[in-house]
Design a protein around this ligand. Sequence first.
Ligand SMILES: Cc1cc2nc3c(=O)[nH]c(=O)nc-3n(C[C@H](O)[C@H](O)[C@H](O)COP(=O)(O)OP(=O)(O)OC[C@H]3O[C@@H](n4cnc5c(N)ncnc54)[C@H](O)[C@@H]3O)c2cc1C
Length: 374
Amino acid sequence: MNVLFSDPASCCGCGACAAVCPSGALQMTADAEGFLYPTLSPQLCLDCGRCRTCCPLQAEDYARAAKAEAFFLVKHCAPAVLSASTSGGAFTALSDAVLARGGTVYGAVFDKALRVHHTRAVTAAERDAMRISKYVQSDLSSVYQPLREDLRQGKPVLFSGTPCQNAAIRCSCADLPQKAREQLFLCDIICHSVPSPLFWEDYQQLLAAEAGAPLVWARFRGKDIPWSRANSNRGFAYRVAGENAIRKDDRFYRLYLSGLPARPSCYCCPYTDLRRSGDVTIADYWGLEEQDPASYDPRGVSLLLVNTAQGAMLLQTASSWLLRQQRPAAEALAAQQRLREPLARPNQRAAFWQDYQMHGLAYCFAHYLPPKMC
Ligand SMILES: Cc1cc2nc3c(=O)[nH]c(=O)nc-3n(C[C@H](O)[C@H](O)[C@H](O)COP(=O)(O)OP(=O)(O)OC[C@H]3O[C@@H](n4cnc5c(N)ncnc54)[C@H](O)[C@@H]3O)c2cc1C
């Protein structure tokens, strides 16, 4: 088996190449850091070139849709949605707009083993499982075919994910008729970086070993404490089998923010400016406490960027569920580092992964965990 791309930084792990391969010559397999990469079975390859044409990192201008044109502060009208969402519930309003038209929604969920993958929702209850940011790379492999099929049938589709995932969906649908593509609404998030699924799996095992029972539930950020950037690393909560009590631990998120467990392609991510892959972009409206204390809400506020006419139409349709206010671009640019530059590759990254492989996660927590944020 050959690795399709020799430089790990030139693959974002979206799996579009494997999904479109007509002969099954490409399989996504995890490397020693736990990130998925395509591996090629040369005897099955037809040399059709489909894998390269749908690769977002090889596409013209990285399959970015357009430059962000309008910047909004948005907040869902329903308090229950604010409590159940990461920031201001923008995703719920956008997805309700698509579900109300008989459409389908694609987003990231936990499976029973708390692995993160993308799936399809046709009801609000199924969509609700997609809420809450899961700070781990989500596996997209099972959604390419059903999403294309939904578009072929003329259904409106909302896809929500990281910028590279949105670009992958755009590329993999480029061969569909225009009428079908007009039903596709892409929503990317401003993305700090994606850490390895192995890191997440090992963290669960560490917590389970410490608690003496496996994890049955986890939430990366909750609203039991006021929503704010300073509190964002205090919200990781989990429950173990046989207990109702919620436990807390911040080691995962603190190490995530250090950038050490990030995917190599995150350090040169092309989607870290105002040229976005989604029709809309959502994020936390960080910095609002200082910029406009009167608009700050401890239950959460979203930033929403409208990047295309398709995005403007989506926001318009979702407006009955949202309070919204147009804001200056400078606020988002000041507060969001990932609208200005990619994550810097930490000097210690190679040493971190060497130690991780030799000594495991507990050792890395002891030696690489940054000090607590105050
Ligand atoms: C890996 C990651 C990095 C992020 N980095 C930043 C950042 O630097 N700055 C910032 O302001 N915001 C960041 N966010 C986005 C932020 O945390 C919220 O998701 C966003 O504000 C939307 O809030 P909401 O209340 O509308 O969403 P929710 O209702 O909470 O919905 C969350 C949405 O995110 C999607 N999602 C969740 N986990 C994943 C995943 N692992 N992969 C792909 N999609 C996922 C879901 O499909 C859903 O659509 C990040 C999110 C993730 C998952």
